[in-house]
Design a protein around this ligand. Structure first.
Ligand code: HEM
Ligand code: HEM
Ligand SMILES: [Fe+2]
Length: 451
């Protein structure tokens, strides 16, 4: 770690990881309801568990992105961060607002628009915190060296904030409501967050593969171009039957399908760089998460997205467990693994330790990734059977649910493994580091002087 102010990232990563643990625990509760429908029905209804689960997810991912930005900006810009104080205050506001929303949900206080359930004042606080972050980051960026990585990262975060503003607009016309809802949901995960993903992966590759920055940046431009080219009009795959004009059908089919290209390029990009690279970086856990992120994002977002992308498939599968299968693997592969890759890379340096506990960290990788993959398969089977029985045969919703109970039971089992894997990750990154043998330590120290 070259710059003092990089340590600002530390509390961000700790907060992100704690909220991550909360997120998967709420997921497990919601998963239990699918197995035992009466589970906690009085104490905490399903929709409250669900919004707690998904809101914690998005909040911790954003905190992770903030931390990642604060961590890499000084290095990239070759100057100290503009203001550590703004960063800490901004984190405080964000965590407070997220926690307040979470507590409110338990008392039934929410606005009931999926993912955007936060009460107005919470949304305003989140916006203020986000703007403070953007100010702090942009000042740092403008004060120093501007690299493709830092420019694209900050552009992604600015655009995320701008599209977030559409969450304040909730027209009473249901078609318009949905239309603008996707400006936040789709244009975040398949548009501007793609800039964040590509630039953070590029940063990790610059640090760990040893390939020249110039080469990595060329790839980065191509991938970002593809993300925007396909992702923006790809919004059409949500506009098939919500009352939008018919031309959205071909647009959604074509550009939605094209969204697979940037995801595939990211797999080739990460593998090719590590294969070409000369550096034997000692942080094998961070390398594993980096490669895993590209691969699982390709499957979760690309393959599972394409599966229900076409209008003639989506006509039947819309809103079934097929969607949930895709939603889980896509979010996990692209953004959860991305954050865990950055945290695995940065944490040892933030704590002034050599890469440590890599075995524990890698165990958590396989438990979580295996668990999420299995969960995705069970949900996919559930979704296919559900689509057939409910949408093709015309059985009613609850009759169908009875037939696919066994998949929900298996999903719950997979969920337990994911939760344990997440706790092992916390243990590996926050717990007491294991002693290094002098020989091992010397080897690791020599290799960790990364540029
Ligand atoms: C990292 C990237 C992605 C993430 C995080 C993601 C996440 C999600 C989530 C959470 C939903 C459900 C939204 C809801 O509540 O209704 C969804 C729906 C959908 N996604 Fe993605 N997605 C990603 C990429 C993609 C890609 C690349 C494609 C196409 C190839 C795609 C196609 C779709 C479609 C067609 C739906 C609508 C499903 C329905 O009609 O029920 N997604 N996505
Ligand atoms: C890091 C891991 C996880 C991520 C990224 C994640 C993400 C998500 C997302 C994006 C949704 C909304 C899906 C949609 O609209 O289609 C969701 C819903 C849900 N998640 Fe998770 N989740 C994770 C872990 C878990 C775990 C461990 C369980 C436990 C079984 C779980 C159970 C559920 C349930 C039951 C729902 C509600 C689905 C529905 O309404 O049908 N999740 N999760
Ligand atoms: Fe989409």
């Amino acid at each position: 770690m070259k710059y003092q102010t990089q340590k600002v990232a530390y509390p961000f990563f700790i907060a992100a990881l704690l909220l991550f643990a909360g997120q998967v625990l709420f997921g497990l509760l919601a998963g239990a309801v699918y197995v035992w429908p009466e589970f906690m029905a009085e104490a905490m209804p399903f929709h409250i568990m669900r919004m707690s689960h998904t809101n914690l997810l998005v909040v911790w991912l954003l905190i992770g992105f903030f931390g990642a930005t604060y961590y890499l900006l000084p290095e990239e810009a070759e100057t100290e961060l503009h203001s550590p104080m703004i960063a800490y205050i901004q984190l405080g506001i964000f965590v407070f607002a997220g926690a307040a929303a979470l507590v409110g949900y338990q008392f039934g206080i929410h606005e009931g628009r999926e993912f955007l359930e936060q009460p107005l004042w919470v949304k305003i606080l989140l916006t203020i915190s986000f703007l403070m972050f953007l100010y702090n980051g942009s000042r740092t960026l403008l004060a120093g060296r501007r690299t493709a990585i830092s420019m694209i990262l900050m552009a992604g975060l600015w655009l995320a904030a701008i599209f977030w503003l559409f969450s304040f607009y909730n027209p009473s016309n249901l078609s318009l409501d949905k239309m603008y809802w996707w400006y936040v949901i789709h244009l975040w995960v398949e548009g501007v967050w793609g800039l964040i993903m590509a630039s953070l992966l590029a940063y990790l590759l610059v640090k760990m593969s040893g390939v020249d920055r110039e080469i990595i940046e060329k790839w980065l431009y191509v991938i970002v171009g593809l993300v925007l080219f396909a992702g923006l009009l790809g919004t059409g795959h949500h506009y098939y039957w919500i009352g939008t004009p018919g031309y959205w059908q071909p647009l959604g089919n074509i550009f939605g399908a094209l969204e697979v290209l940037p995801l595939f390029s990211m797999v080739v990009f990460t593998f090719y760089m590590f294969w070409q690279g000369s550096r034997n970086h000692p942080n094998k856990a961070a390398i594993l998460w980096t490669l895993g992120c590209a691969v699982m994002a390709f499957f979760g977002a690309g393959v599972w997205g394409l599966m229900h992308n076409m209008s003639w498939v989506n006509y039947y599968s819309h809103g079934t467990q097929v969607t949930a299968a895709h939603g889980h693997l896509a979010f996990y592969g692209a953004y959860v693994m991305l954050n865990l890759a950055v945290i695995s890379y940065a944490m040892p340096q933030l704590r002034g330790k050599l890469p440590y506990n890599q075995i524990r960290n890698m165990w958590s990788f396989w438990m979580m990734t295996g668990g999420m993959a299995f969960m995705t398969f069970t949900l996919t089977f559930a979704g296919v059977v559900q689509t057939h029985l409910q949408r093709v045969m015309g059985e009613n919703y609850m009759t169908t649910q009875d037939q696919i109970w066994v998949f929900y039971a298996m999903r719950f089992g997979a969920g337990i493994i994911v939760v344990i894997g997440a706790l092992v990750f916390l243990w590996a990154t926050l717990g007491k580091p294991r002693e290094q043998t002098p020989k091992g330590a010397a080897h690791v120290a020599a290799g960790s002087a990364d540029g």
